[in-house]
Design a protein around this ligand. Structure first.
Ligand SMILES: Nc1nc2c(c(=O)[nH]1)N[C@H]1C(S)=C(S)[C@@H](COP(=O)(O)O)O[C@H]1N2
Ligand SMILES: [Mo]
Length: 321
C-alpha cells in the first residue's frame, strides 16, 4: 500500500502542524482501510515464529480458557500491530530486534497511597503467573486466539492502594527512539497512551501479561509487560508499558486524540456499532483467512458479555463507543 516507510521520511520533511495532521490522518486511513480489506501485512512477514526461547512457567487457569482453537504461534508472533516499529503487520517482528527490554522498570503512580517503581522481575513475581487463552479482536476486523501468561492487573492495583480519587488508569508505552523506527512517523502522538475506567482495570479478566505461548513476550508482542483487555478492541491493550498512572479524570488516549469520531475511549467490541468506515459485524480469524473462507460473526464484548456486560448497564454503548 501507499504507506511510506519511516526510513523514507527525512528530518528535513518536518512539516507545519496542519500538514502534519493531514498526513497523519491519511496514513491512518490508508493503513486501516488496507487492513480492513485484508490486503496488507502478508508480504514481508517471516516464515517462522519469532520467539524469545525463554520459558515462563505458569499454571493454566481453566476458568479463562476459550474453546476456540488457538492461533498458531507463528501468526501470533509475526502478524502484529505495534506502530512504534512500523505500520505493516510484519514490521513489529522484523524491526523490533534492537528494542531493549532489560533493565526495565514500571512506574506505578498518581492517585495511590503507595506509588512505586517496580523492576520487571519484582513486577513479574507480584502474583502467581497463569496461562489464559483469550480471544483478541482488532478494530480492523481480524481476530486471534492467544495463550497469554500473566495475572489479573487487580493484584498490582491492590498493592499500590488507590485513593478515592482514582477513577481511571492510564497506561503509557515505552518510547525508545533509537530502536523504534515507527516513532518517526506521526501516526499518533507518541508515546502510545491507553486507559481504562477503574472498574474495568479491576475486572479479573484484565490481564497484566508477561508471556505468550509458554515463553516471555517477544518484543513485537509488547515485551516485557503489556495489558490484555479481551472484551475491547485490541488497541486498548497497550504494549511495553513503562508507566501505570491512576487519575481522577478520563485520560486522553492516543487513538481518541488521533481520530475521535472513529475510536472512542471505551472501544468495547460491539457488532451493533459500526466503525464510520466499515461494519464491525464480522471478523476474519487469522489462520483461517484464505480469500474464500467464511468470516466469523463478531460477538458482543468479544464473547465476554456474561462477565463484563454489567460494567456498562445503563450506558448507551452507541454513544460511548
Ligand atoms: N504501544 C502499542 N501498543 C499496542 C499497539 C501499538 O501500536 N503500540 N497496537 C494495538 C493493537 S491495534 C492491537 S490489535 C494489539 C495487537 O497485539 P498483538 O500484536 O500482541 O497481537 O496491540 C495493541 N497495543
Ligand atoms: Mo488493533
Amino acid at each position: 500500500m501507499l504507506i511510506r516507510r519511516p526510513s523514507d521520511v527525512r528530518p528535513s520533511e518536518i512539516t507545519p502542524e496542519q500538514v502534519y495532521r493531514d498526513r497523519r490522518r491519511w496514513i491512518l486511513q490508508a493503513g486501516l482501510a488496507a487492513s480492513a480489506m485484508g490486503l496488507s501485512g502478508w508480504t514481508d512477514r517471516r516464515a517462522f515464529a519469532q520467539t524469545t526461547g525463554v520459558k515462563l512457567p505458569a499454571a493454566r487457569n481453566g476458568a479463562y480458557v476459550v474453546m476456540d482453537k488457538p492461533t498458531s504461534q507463528k501468526d501470533v508472533t509475526t502478524y502484529n500491530n505495534f506502530y512504534e516499529f512500523g505500520t505493516d503487520k510484519g514490521d513489529p517482528s522484523s524491526r523490533s530486534g534492537r528494542f531493549r527490554t532489560s533493565p526495565w522498570s514500571v512506574s506505578v503512580e498518581g492517585e495511590v497511597l503507595k506509588p512505586q517503581t517496580l523492576s520487571i522481575d519484582d513486577l513479574r513475581k507480584l502474583a502467581p503467573l497463569e496461562e489464559r487463552i483469550y480471544r483478541l479482536r482488532c478494530v480492523e476486523g481480524w481476530s486471534m486466539v492467544i495463550p497469554w501468561i500473566g495475572y489479573s492487573l487487580s493484584a498490582l492495583i491492590r498493592r499500590v492502594e488507590p485513593t478515592g480519587n482514582a477513577k481511571f488508569v492510564e497506561f503509557v508505552s515505552a518510547m525508545q527512539p533509537d530502536t523504534m523506527p515507527g516513532l518517526r512517523v506521526p501516526v499518533i502522538d507518541w508515546p502510545y497512551v491507553e486507559g481504562l475506567r477503574m472498574d474495568e482495570a479491576m475486572h479479573p479478566l484484565t490481564l497484566l501479561a508477561f508471556g505468550v505461548y509458554g515463553e516471555t513476550l517477544p518484543n513485537q508482542n509488547g515485551a516485557p509487560v503489556r495489558v490484555v483487555v479481551p472484551w475491547k478492541y485490541g488497541f486498548k491493550s497497550g504494549k511495553s508499558l513503562v508507566k501505570i498512572r491512576f487519575v481522577e479524570k478520563q485520560p486522553m488516549t492516543s487513538w481518541v486524540r488521533a481520530a475521535p469520531h472513529e475510536y472512542g475511549f471505551y472501544a468495547n467490541v460491539n457488532p451493533e456499532v459500526p466503525h464510520p468506515r466499515w461494519s464491525q459485524e464480522t471478523e476474519r480469524r487469522i489462520g483461517e483467512d484464505g480469500l474464500f473462507s467464511p468470516k466469523r460473526k463478531t460477538l458482543k464484548f468479544n464473547g465476554y458479555g456474561e462477565q463484563v456486560a454489567s460494567l456498562y448497564s445503563g450506558m448507551d454503548l452507541a454513544r460511548y463507543y
